[in-house]
Design a binder for this molecule. Structure first.
Ligand code: E4P
Length: 222
């Protein structure tokens, strides 16, 4: 399963990229707004740092505006995936971009039918938002299972399931068990995935034991 980071924060992107954990990045207008400044600078930097797919979202809601913006976004790099909303105009733009060989991520997917339509329009990725479904008392992970089952029935659909709106590490394990293609994670979730209390205690014990050995032989080195 690929791991994308769901942020426009350069510090986080560099931090996890240096660990070799990142296959790509997803952004959206809210994430850009959270960082402040000129989003163009962030887009330029992110596409320079990350070799994998970087989703940059259009702001226009009608077809021709989406096409113009998408083409401008692609100038940041060949790894830019144009992110369009799951609307009739978004699907039309998805169709046009994909027939020109430009990869598209269809975002704001909340049903299996929406995922199926986005796949038919040629999307490289569909982004079902599981946390926001959980927030309103629906089962977000069930949607991932449904989409996976449907796509499995039609191997000609090459669209990847990009699990979005992830809230905690259990979501990641469940998405991996289902066989989702990608998870996009807020930095805080990726931080939590690295931690286990027994790892911390184990390391403290190793170092304390080493100190005991060293107290008898101060010149000891590895
Ligand atoms: C996905 O591409 C979106 O940017 C994101 O996962 C939305 O998550 P949220 O529901 O936490 O805003």
């Amino acid at each position: 399963m690929k791991i994308f980071l769901d942020t426009a924060n350069l510090e986080s992107i560099k931090k996890f990229n240096d660990m070799g954990l990142l296959d790509g990045i997803t952004t959206n207008p809210s994430l850009m707004s959270k960082e402040g400044g000129n989003p163009k600078d962030a887009m330029e930097e992110i596409t320079k740092i990350i070799k994998g797919d970087v989703s940059l979202e259009v702001i226009s809601t009608e077809y021709s505006g989406m096409m113009e913006e998408g083409k401008r976004l692609r100038q940041y790099g060949d790894n830019v995936v144009v992110k369009v909303p799951m609307t009739p105009d978004g699907l039309k733009a998805c169709r046009s971009f994909s027939s020109e060989g430009i990869p598209v991520n269809v975002t704001l997917i909340f049903s299996a039918n929406q995922a199926l339509l986005a796949a038919k329009s040629g999307a490289k990725y569909v982004s079902p938002f599981i946390g926001r479904l959980d927030d309103i008392g629906q089962d977000g992970m069930k949607l991932i299972q449904d989409i996976k089952d449907i796509f499995k029935n039609y191997p000609e659909l090459k669209t990847q399931i990009l699990v979005a709106s992830i809230r905690h590490p259990v979501h990641v394990v469940d998405a991996a068990k289902i066989g989702a293609d990608v998870v996009t994670l807020p930095p805080a979730v990726l931080d939590k995935m690295m931690l286990h209390p027994l790892t911390k205690i184990g390391l403290e014990n190793f170092l304390a034991d080493w100190d005991k050995l060293k107290s008898g032989n101060p010149n000891i080195k590895i």
